[in-house]
Design a protein around this ligand. Sequence first.
Ligand SMILES: Cc1cc2nc3c(=O)[nH]c(=O)nc-3n(C[C@H](O)[C@H](O)[C@H](O)COP(=O)(O)OP(=O)(O)OC[C@H]3O[C@@H](n4cnc5c(N)ncnc54)[C@H](O)[C@@H]3O)c2cc1C
Length: 380
Amino acid sequence: MWDTEVLIAGAGPVGLTLAAALTRRGRPAIVIDRQPEGANTSRAAVIHARTLEALDELDVTGEMVERGVIVPHFTVRDGDRALLTVDFSDLPTRYPYTLMLPQSDTELILSDRLRRLGGSVRRPAELVGFRQDDDGVTATLRDGQTVRARYLVGADGMHSTVRDLSGIGFTGKAYEESFVLADVRMDWPLPADEVTLHFSPAGLVVVAPLPGGRHRIVATLDEAPEHPAAADVQAILDARGPRREHAKVREVLWSSRFRVHHRLAEHYRSGRVFLAGDAAHVHSPAGGQGMNTGVQDAIALAAVLAEGSDLDRYETVRRPIAAGVVALTDRMTRLATLRSRPLIAVRNTVLPIVGGVPAVRRGLAMNLSELSTIARGKGA
Ligand SMILES: Cc1cc2nc3c(=O)[nH]c(=O)nc-3n(C[C@H](O)[C@H](O)[C@H](O)COP(=O)(O)OP(=O)(O)OC[C@H]3O[C@@H](n4cnc5c(N)ncnc54)[C@H](O)[C@@H]3O)c2cc1C
């Protein structure tokens, strides 16, 4: 039987951040993952200012910024017309921008940091059961081994076993559309330092720069192919992207399709068991908030577990933040995928007016970067 203070199920970005933050604080932690190796696909690519600030304590931000692409603006467009620009460049932070970095790079940097702190991921090791008592949790792994810990954290993703075994509900729904993701090489007529959200009756398409001259495309589609090809991405950009000068897709480097849910765990804590990251909240990728909120959960939870008192503070502070993110990304997704022509006309008239108000633009930038007071979560 292994013995530790905190057992973390799941070595995605959230489990790795939590393990590194606990280890740095001198708290014994074991992180396990059922996969024999870490994932090497691009997935979540947006890292916001508040996440970079939170990761400062792990001393990984410098390397992330060095490897990523700095993007100071998000622009909402309808065809060639800019409806709204969100400017991050004068935000009150050391990192007044959004950083674009593939999730595989973020995970490599975090696991490297964990290793340098003296920790490691035990894999393949799948948690299949646990029981709690007054002093701790005894978890069972698929190979029959057991782990005894004071606390168990489910950082085991959207289909969390820890959440299911705890009987914690995961309330919400799936969006009707699928989301297409593709990392491509292409000729792109718009500025290289901008994330563009194109609103169109055919659906939303987001175009963002990635390191190495690549671009990330995210689009909603009713019936998406399992592995979108260059012609699929080209058709999406032709229908929804800039019209005066079209994009030209040259190569698809990685692509995927996924159904997006918006769901929130009814509780983040059940006795000695906690949830963090996708195990606790999932939502639309509009605005790129998913991994950011999870990584910030991990930093907050490390502080609470290291103190070992006021354990409820984690849920009290972090759950309302996730509820806010689920609501904000849901509004953005619905606004972006309007199909009614009269409503589209209203949106396209109102957005530039509303976006012309400096306080509104700043509020949006503060919310998206997760720097606003509510997103900061006073006390965690
Ligand atoms: C194809 C794809 C594209 C995405 N694109 C975006 C995007 O563009 N923007 C965005 O913000 N987000 C995106 N996401 C979501 C983003 O990847 C997640 O928000 C992020 O990975 C959450 O991190 P996590 O550590 O909470 O969970 P995960 O990254 O899901 O990690 C969970 C880990 O737990 C392990 N695990 C599961 N069950 C067990 C168990 N019982 N025992 C042990 N280990 C277990 C898994 O193997 C996995 O390694 C995407 C996700 C996918 C799949």
